[in-house]
Design a protein around this ligand. Structure first.
Ligand code: G4P
Length: 526
């Protein structure tokens, strides 16, 4: 039997993030192809919520079922066990995506060469920065006309607020795209626009090798040498430690659709990306190689069958060896639980597993015992940090439209919030419930699920709010003065924390300057 340390060293648990359409699904699929986890292109597509389906929640219901299987995709690549966590890319699923990022050890960001850094990527990068998650960037769609790569690098640096270091470099882009010089390995790959074929490699010794000239022509070889000289002059040598600290992001160029540059990315990724690392809990730092098992729930996936209201809780294993049917302590309820049917996700299939290791994700069938952020351990009292809520973008009052069913509504709202579908704030002035989401679609999903799963009816009423800010102060008097002045806008979140509901950016700015002793936070973790 292998030791825990050996298992940990093999694990690479990461997420691919991008703005919709940059190529996340395509890249994921190509990685799975390399790992032998799937055999045909197009297999991952089913996971994608169709872009046209923004208000078609029946479609979403259908796809929710499918996406359980693709929430985590495990595969072996050489000696490595790789787990890709799917981050729902649709704008309306950002909240879920944020939380998935708390369960990964590193991230690959996909950027479209023509579009550069887009809004959603910027937001997700903020989460990575908060957690110092190591980031690799893949600039995609080099086969299409796009922007100058130097310009893209500057934009990545400015927009993602991270140092970058190219490890590969394109020879032209768009119609004239000829290939990529791999700075990391000093090799040259020529581009052949063929979706099923891996690129052709030219044997070279280094950048001055004349074989480059024969392969791409003298002019392009000269330009490449100038570019590389410039890169070496401008960017410090790639430093793996700085990458691991989340301070510098290596950049690769390629075309996911043409499977070009993907293997280089994967090979470098398995070499430099971190295996599970020590994790902070409120009590102490947990080393993954510790004997005691620990893990936390980062996602809860509601099942399709409304009659059973069963869910799958996704648990990231943080330390020790997880074993099927072993007694574990559920910290929040202080109950001992045994799991008879934990599933692992290999090659897009769910299988019952007997054991799992740090870095792995297991799915546990659940009937409502789990909440996002719950900790499971061999017995020790531990609470993992790092599952923050972020200020929602949209707010509405939720009103009961069937007084006979108020209990069902209460219960439904509570469970949906536990699942992390949206956030609930209760206004302290009028007692009204406010639901905050990151997208319009979630309001529809909530209304639909309350009716179909809990038999409760609700209606939405508009409220004009800009942001929810968690507030705190060392000065109790200042805090109480603030709450008094803003009493109409004070709410509590589901953990009873004070939240100031600012109705405009201006009001928030004024509040910040009028009350210097109050700290305003845009995420629940500070
Ligand atoms: P997403 O998951 O990030 O939303 O993006 P996805 O992979 O679905 O890619 C979005 C579109 O971009 C797809 O086209 C895909 O084929 C295309 N694409 C991905 N990588 C490349 C690339 O390297 N070069 C080029 N030229 N296109 C690329 P679509 O028309 O929206 O979908 P489909 O009909 O092709 O499936």
């Amino acid at each position: 039997m292998s030791t825990i340390t050996e298992e940990i060293k093999k694990r690479r648990t990461f997420a691919i993030i991008s703005h919709p359409d940059a190529g996340k699904t395509t890249l994921t699929e190509k990685l799975l192809l390399f790992g032998g986890a799937i055999h045909i292109a197009g297999a991952v597509k089913s996971n994608k919520i169709k872009k046209t389906a923004t208000s078609d929640w029946m479609e979403i219901e259908k796809q929710r079922g499918i996406s359980v299987a693709t929430s985590v995709m495990g595969f072996n690549y050489g000696d490595y066990k790789i787990n890709i966590l799917d981050t729902p890319g649709h704008q309306d699923f950002a909240e879920d995506t944020y939380r998935t990022l708390t369960a990964v050890d590193s991230v690959i960001i996909v950027v479209d060469v023509a579009k550069g850094v887009e809004q959603q990527t910027r937001k997700l990068m903020e989460v990575c920065r908060m957690r110092n998650t190591p980031v690799i960037i893949f600039v995609n769609k080099l086969d299409r006309e796009g922007r100058d790569p130097f310009e893209i690098l500057d934009e990545l640096e400015a927009e993602l607020k991270i140092d970058v270091r190219p490890l590969s470099w394109p020879i032209n882009i768009g119609a004239k795209f000829k290939g990529v010089y791999n700075i990391y390995e000093q090799s040259l790959d020529l581009f052949t626009p063929d979706k099923q074929k891996v690129s052709e490699r030219v044997e070279i010794d280094d950048i001055n090798d004349q074989r480059i000239d024969s392969a791409v022509g003298e002019a392009d070889a000269k330009k490449l040498r100038e570019d590389i000289e410039l890169i070496e002059g401008v960017y410090p040598e790639f430093d793996v430690d700085r990458y691991l600290q989340g301070k510098v992001a290596p950049v690769f160029f390629g075309s996911a659709l043409n499977t070009f540059g993907v293997k280089e990315l994967l090979d470098c990724f398995v070499q430099i990306a971190p295996s599970p690392r020590p994790i902070e809990t409120l009590e102490r730092t947990i080393d993954p190689a510790e004997e005691g098992f620990s893990g936390f729930v980062f996602k809860i996936h509601a099942n399709m069958d409304p009659n059973h209201r069963s869910c799958i809780a996704f648990v990231k294993i943080c330390s020790g060896r997880f074993e099927r049917n072993a007694p574990y302590r559920h910290i929040r309820s202080n109950k001992t639980m045994k799991f008879a049917a934990p599933t692992a996700f290999m090659a897009q299939k769910k299988n019952i597993v007997d054991e799992a290791f740090p870095g792995d994700i297991i799915g546990i069938p659940d009937t409502g015992n789990f909440k996002i952020g719950d900790t499971l351990t061999s017995g020790e009292e531990l609470h993992f940090k790092g599952l923050p809520s972020f200020s929602p973008e949209m707010f509405k009052y939720i009103e009961n439209t069937d007084p006979m069913k108020s209990k069902q509504l209460e219960k439904g709202i509570q469970q949906l919030m536990d699942e992390g579908v949206a956030q609930l704030f209760v206004n302290q002035f009028n007692g009204r419930k406010i639901i905050g989401t990151v997208g319009q679609l979630q309001f529809e999903v909530i209304q639909y699920r309350l009716l179909h799963e809990y038999g409760a009816q609700c209606r939405w009423e508009p409220i004009s709010l800009y942001k929810a800010c968690w507030i705190e102060s060392d000065d109790a008097e200042a805090l109480s003065a603030f709450k008094k002045r803003k009493h109409q806008f004070m709410a509590v979140d589901r953990d009873g924390r004070d939240v100031f509901m600012a109705d405009s950016g201006y009001v928030l700015q004024m509040a910040q300057s009028d009350f210097p002793k109050i700290k305003f936070h845009f995420s629940s973790e500070f």
